[in-house]
Design a protein around this ligand. Sequence first.
Ligand code: FAD
Length: 376
Amino acid sequence: MSDSAYDVAIVGAGIVGAACADELARRGLRVAVVDRDTVGSGATAAGMGHIVVMDDSEAQFALTRYSQHLWQQLRSELPDDVEYEQCGTIWVATDEEEMAEVRRKREYYRERGVATEALDAATLRNLEPNLRPGMAGGLLVPDDGVLYPPCAARFLLERAQQHGAQVRLGCSVAHLGQGCIALNDEPEIRAEFIVNAAGAGSPDLTAGLEIKKRKGHLVITDRYPGFLRHQLVELRYLKSAHSVSSDSVAFNVQPRRTGQVLIGSSRQYGAEHKEVDHAMLAWMLQRAQEYMPGLAGLSTVRSWTGFRAATPDKLPLIGPWSADKSLLLATGHEGLGITTSLGTARILADQITGAKPEIPVEPYLPSRMAREHVHV
Ligand SMILES: Cc1cc2nc3c(=O)[nH]c(=O)nc-3n(C[C@H](O)[C@H](O)[C@H](O)COP(=O)(O)OP(=O)(O)OC[C@H]3O[C@@H](n4cnc5c(N)ncnc54)[C@H](O)[C@@H]3O)c2cc1C
């Protein structure tokens, strides 16, 4: 495509950068990937790995649904350590008001071809006996799944390498733009296109990006096979997770193939340190135990935190940055970047190669952000 050493150079070897590298290299482009750390070491290592269709907005639905299909198509090629399981999500309703939300969500999904099953209280209890008695019911979305994100990122990046991509780890990027990535201790990398896929670190490299860090906590238990069978999420999650200002916790638990139970989740703005906040953790576990009292009796083996890259409108930024015609963004995926990485990669590669995208891309274009600055 150009006289540069690469057609595309990507900053970030998280799941989004890895997926972009894979897609572009398989389309025959010369690709380089740079990361200051190891593969999948940022939010990707901290994420829950729920591959989930969401309906917070039409654009969110379109990207999550598109991406979920892509994960399903990839399923047979995923190595064992990616631990892809199509366990389904159950959105849990505690009362009649939330059952109304079950019906609304079910209708929304039905109109758009997503399989669901409304569950009454007895069926829910039968499917997930460790939920506390007295739940009103729920909505089962059987196509949703789970995977282990760092291994998924590694798989995508290795596949990109098999198609010629060059990967440089342990290289910190000082700044980027105008077809160039300047590294702290090594010669610069030149490419026709640069992709900022640096997750929560992306605003440090592109001035004017309205991305905030949104801290999250997770806890994992010892092995208790059969304790949990589906990813369970409280329906109130829609209220708590999508608040754009205050701290929140939500009941969100995931069965791992190992028999472990992954317990989430919390959301905090303005908490820049990565240490576990014990008050936040206690609040999150208390919420989980309100739904599943038996969790209190399980041993936990580890807790950790990670930073979601949050945009003001809760949609990722995918595509050209108008202040620099060589620069594209693939960032701002907040709590859905594991799910939406594959859709992001397709959209970005379509933009670079001039191919027709399979879904409308306007909602994700960075040009929607009012405040763009000339990059540093
Ligand atoms: C607690 C929690 C739970 C989550 N659960 C889910 C879930 O269930 N489902 C889901 O779909 N999503 C989930 N997410 C969101 C998901 O993890 C992220 O959206 C996704 O991992 C973002 O991937 P990324 O590649 O954009 O960023 P990252 O994984 O953060 O990768 C960015 C990379 O850029 C590198 N980098 C940054 N700055 C520089 C620099 N200057 N020089 C060189 N390299 C640099 C970093 O080292 C890093 O490797 C969750 C997130 C959290 C925190």
